[in-house]
Design a protein around this ligand. Structure first.
Ligand code: UDP
Ligand code: UDP
Length: 271
């Protein structure tokens, strides 16, 4: 039971991180940036600004108030990787001038800024590289594969497979990721990362589509669309570091997580 005199204070502010922010805080989770390809490619200049100017402003804020700061980085820093699974020591294979570059290079530059502020100003930084994450509260128009397939299946539409569907991803349920990020924030100062965070079980998009049709029910078929430019063929993380340093590994299987997510979309699509 809560002590009777305790006050829980929460303040929500709408703010664009590309502009300076003056607040008094002791911990910062810098999660700002659209992460769905259709959204981050809609205004690519703003996407790079969000990662780069946003990181500078949040690092400047953290420096002034001596806050610990965590950066949500991404598996996209590995680009279309040449080694599998990808450990944190892999430098990646990223196209610097393609349509995904605003996101990939923006996040890579943000990592650089985090490590330079750490070395130059002795700041406490934490960098996690997040792999494909899904779960309830995704937007129906998010545009990424899990929400697209679920909404299509629930609406009796065909599931849109880009390319031949043999490309792979590993999907992490949101609750597992949140737990990992909280552990990272609470970890000893010398653990800066980068630390990979995600569920290492790898699935092809065809396998994902089959699972979603089974769970959501209905009679959807598959329809094949062109593969977007620079779409990574295979992605699977090595989470050895997260397991050793944080005692963390994902607990929710893809089937369990998809059931929760399908139940969520069923509710909101019915409204
Ligand atoms: N900044 C901010 N909030 C603060 C302190 C700084 O948004 O509480 C921004 C500010 O716009 C600055 C940036 O963070 O340009 C980087 O700050 P830093 O102290 O590293 O650099 P400088 O102020 O010397 O440019
Ligand atoms: N994808 C698909 N159908 C969709 C949306 C995405 O086949 O309706 C594919 C996409 O080409 C990619 C994979 O699913 O190979 C994951 O795409 P998503 O946009 O979810 O994430 P990311 O490419 O950033 O990993």
């Amino acid at each position: 039971m809560l002590p009777t005199c305790s006050i829980i204070l929460f303040e929500l502010m709408r703010h664009d991180v590309t502009f300076p922010l003056y607040v008094e805080v002791d911990r910062i989770f810098n999660l700002a940036c659209p992460a769905s390809p259709i959204h981050y490619q809609h205004d690519p200049v703003q996407t790079t600004k969000t990662s780069v100017h946003g990181a500078i402003n949040m690092l400047g804020l953290a420096k002034r108030v001596k806050a610990r700061i965590l950066q949500a980085s991404t598996s996209e820093v590995y680009g279309d990787p040449e080694i599998h699974p990808q450990p944190e020591s892999y430098w990646g294979k990223v196209n610097p001038v393609g349509i995904r570059s605003c996101y990939d290079e923006g996040k890579r530059c943000a990592e650089t800024l985090f490590f330079d502020y750490h070395r130059q100003h002795r700041m406490q930084i934490k960098v996690v590289r997040i792999f494909n994450t899904y779960g309830p509260r995704m937007h129906p128009d998010d545009g990424r594969v899990v929400s697209n397939f679920i909404c299509q299946a629930l609406q009796g539409k065909d599931l849109t497979i880009y390319g031949d569907g043999a490309q792979t991803r590993s999907f992490c349920y949101v609750d597992d990721l949140v737990e990992g990020m909280l552990r990272m924030m609470d970890s000893p100062p010398e653990l800066t990362g980068p630390v990979n965070m995600g569920n290492p079980t790898e699935f092809s998009m065809l396998e994902l589509a089959e699972k979603i049709i089974t769970i959501a029910g209905g009679r959807s078929q598959l329809c094949f669309k062109p593969l977007p430019e620079d779409d990574p063929r295979q992605r699977q993380q090595d989470i050895t570091l997260a397991e050793k340093a944080l005692g963390w590994s994902p607990k929710v299987s893809l089937e369990e997580g998809l059931r929760e997510t399908v139940a969520y979309f069923r509710r909101i699509l019915a409204k």
